[in-house]
Design a binder for this molecule. Structure first.
Ligand SMILES: [Zn+2]
Length: 551
């Protein structure tokens, strides 16, 4: 024993340096433990906990020997934002034939605003717009001749063929169970705004939304927005979710049947209609805070083609402080969502820095305000530090498996870009295979920060374990499904998403190693992965094809 210790004393350091660096599960755990601790207060943008997170990230990237990758040679990229909060108690109600029906915030409705106003007063007719899709390329339009100007638009969640039976005319028109962008609340609010609506409400259904009312209503009356001087279409004044039971009760009292309307809205003949005798009213005082939050960016410059950027990202923000849970916890620490992704960024950075330099640059982007609507990444895509045309790819980590190694990796958004072939190669090298997401109806391809970059044309790859059950080495697919059900049912966006000493992070580390392998491969190549034919993002990328050369 003594002899071995003596040998180690002489050679340990050089032996450790000789071994190739690998993602270290203990480091991942300790980073998550730090960021998910109460001192960071759930990392809400614009709070002391949010600022502490930015400081921590700058310090960590600096300690790893990376260079500042933000605006003007600094570490950050500023995102001017507003935070809005409805003051208690907001008066929200439907009025049916002159009779008010009060709506209780959080129980019946989750309403908020992204406008910097100190009060909202609405009293306007309600238009039922069905799924509210205007999709000429799919030969579908729910609006017809309806005028939404100054009105309240009431939407069904998901897209028109989500619940269609085989053989119905709509079946397959919107990718069957796979959610398209038309199914997302973000699209519905945008479309309502384009048509001049004053408010938009989406009727919540757990299966079609992809998450329960507990998630939809987790921040009642609260919202964030990026301050932008040149917003071509101002958003609706009030937006939110209506509980399915409240919607059914409204319909019944107004002489409609919600189930029948759902079926009718799947018909190509469906057209939006103003609900007779029904209006929606809101009298709300709003508290508005203006503040700046920051994306944090670090760069490992390439030694041959430093202007060609491979971007890997995660979001640093979480849900801040909320109502106490049964154990009295108020901090929603976002340990998996997405402190673990941030830990992955730092670990990938450490491992790449320890290896030989790459020809292309790698940018590590820690976004703010993802949970508020992908705001940090969207602000970046609008005003990028590195031109999007020369950004080779964006690789995003957001919620990884904490139940141990897996035999597969779940692909989100099958058929979108050639990066899925890179993923398949990297997975095969690990002895794993690619499994398409099992819950494409949840539309996760449109629900994380990579989407902001995709809209700007950058090919993207997202690893998000809630997109489908992993085939776990211990317990197989069944255990992977159990993990997702537990996470989404109990922890997602809640106080329970906390650091846990019992996490088995070997599966998450495998996923991070996939990104590391893809980065190393692309980093020493002149290859520009393409969007596949049929992707809605191909056209915008193709416009800048001239600036990218293979040689
Ligand atoms: Zn997330």
């Amino acid at each position: 024993m003594m002899h071995r210790i003596m040998v180690c004393a002489a050679f340990c350091t050089s032996l450790a340096n000789a071994a190739p660096a690998a993602i270290d599960t203990e480091r991942l755990s300790s980073i998550v433990r730090e960021l998910a601790s109460d001192e960071y207060e759930g990392r809400a943008p614009g709070t002391p906990g949010g600022r502490k997170t930015v400081e921590y990230l700058v310090e960590q990237f600096g300690a790893l020997g990376l260079e500042p990758g933000g605006a003007d040679g600094g570490w950050t990229h500023n995102v001017p934002m507003i935070h809005t909060l409805f003051e208690e108690p907001p008066r929200l109600r439907f009025i049916v034939d002159g009779e008010p029906q009060a709506l209780e915030q959080k129980a019946d409705i989750e309403a908020s605003t992204v406008h910097a106003v100190d009060a909202i007063a609405i009293d306007a007719p309600v238009v039922f717009v069905g799924f509210g899709a205007h999709a000429p390329e799919r030969d579908w339009d729910d609006y017809g001749d309806i005028d939404l100007d100054g009105k309240v638009a009431l939407y069904l969640v998901n897209d028109p063929d989500f619940a269609a039976e085989p053989g119905e005319p709509v079946a397959g028109r919107f990718g069957n169970r796979r959610m398209t962008y038309y199914g997302r609340w973000a699209y519905k609010f945008e479309e309502a705004a384009r048509r001049g609506a004053v408010a938009a409400l989406v009727i919540h259904e757990t299966e079609a939304a992809g998450y329960g009312w507990n998630v939809a209503s987790s921040s009642p009356g609260e919202n964030y927005a990026v301050v932008s001087a040149d917003e071509p279409v101002p958003p609706v004044l009030l937006q939110g979710w209506l509980h399915g039971d409240a919607a059914a009760a409204l319909m019944q009292s107004a002489g409609y049947d919600l189930d029948a309307l759902r079926t009718r809205a799947r018909s190509p003949d469906f057209e939006a209609f103003e609900m007779e005798g029904v209006s929606f009213a809101a009298d709300v005082a709003v508290a508005v805070d203006h503040f700046e939050s920051s994306n944090v960016l670090a760069i490992l410059p390439g030694d041959a083609h430093p202007d060609e950027i491979i971007m890997v990202s995660a979001h640093w923000d979480a849900y801040g402080i909320g109502e106490p849970d049964e154990q009295g916890r108020t901090v929603r620490p976002g340990a998996n969502d997405d402190a673990l992704g941030i830990a992955g960024l730092l670990e990938i950075a450490r491992v790449l820095k320890a290896g030989p330099p790459l020809e292309r640059s790698v940018v590590f982007a820690a976004w703010t305000a993802e949970e508020s609507g992908l705001l940090g990444s969207a602000a970046y895509a609008k005003n990028p530090v590195y031109p999007l045309e020369k950004t080779v790819a964006n690789l995003t980590l957001d919620i990884l498996n904490t139940a141990g190694p897996a035999r597969d990796v779940v692909l989100v958004g099958e058929g979108q870009s050639e990066l899925e072939d890179d993923l398949a190669r990297a997975a095969a090298a690990q002895g794993r295979r690619v499994t398409p997401e099992s819950l494409p109806e949840n539309g996760l391809f449109y629900r994380a920060d990579h989407f902001s970059l995709a809209r700007g044309g950058v090919p993207v790859l997202l690893l998000m374990q809630i997109a489908g059950a992993a085939d776990l080495v211990e317990g197989g697919r069944e255990a992977g499904k159990q993990w997702i059900d537990d996470y989404i049912g109990n922890c997602y966006h809640q106080t329970c998403d906390a650091w846990d000493a019992d996490w088995d992070l070997r599966g998450a580390a495998q996923d991070m190693e996939l990104f590391r392998a893809i980065i190393e491969d692309l980093g020493n190549s002149r290859r520009w992965p393409q969007w596949k034919a049929g992707s809605e993002f191909k056209a915008v990328r193709d416009q800048s094809a001239g600036v990218r050369r293979e040689q």
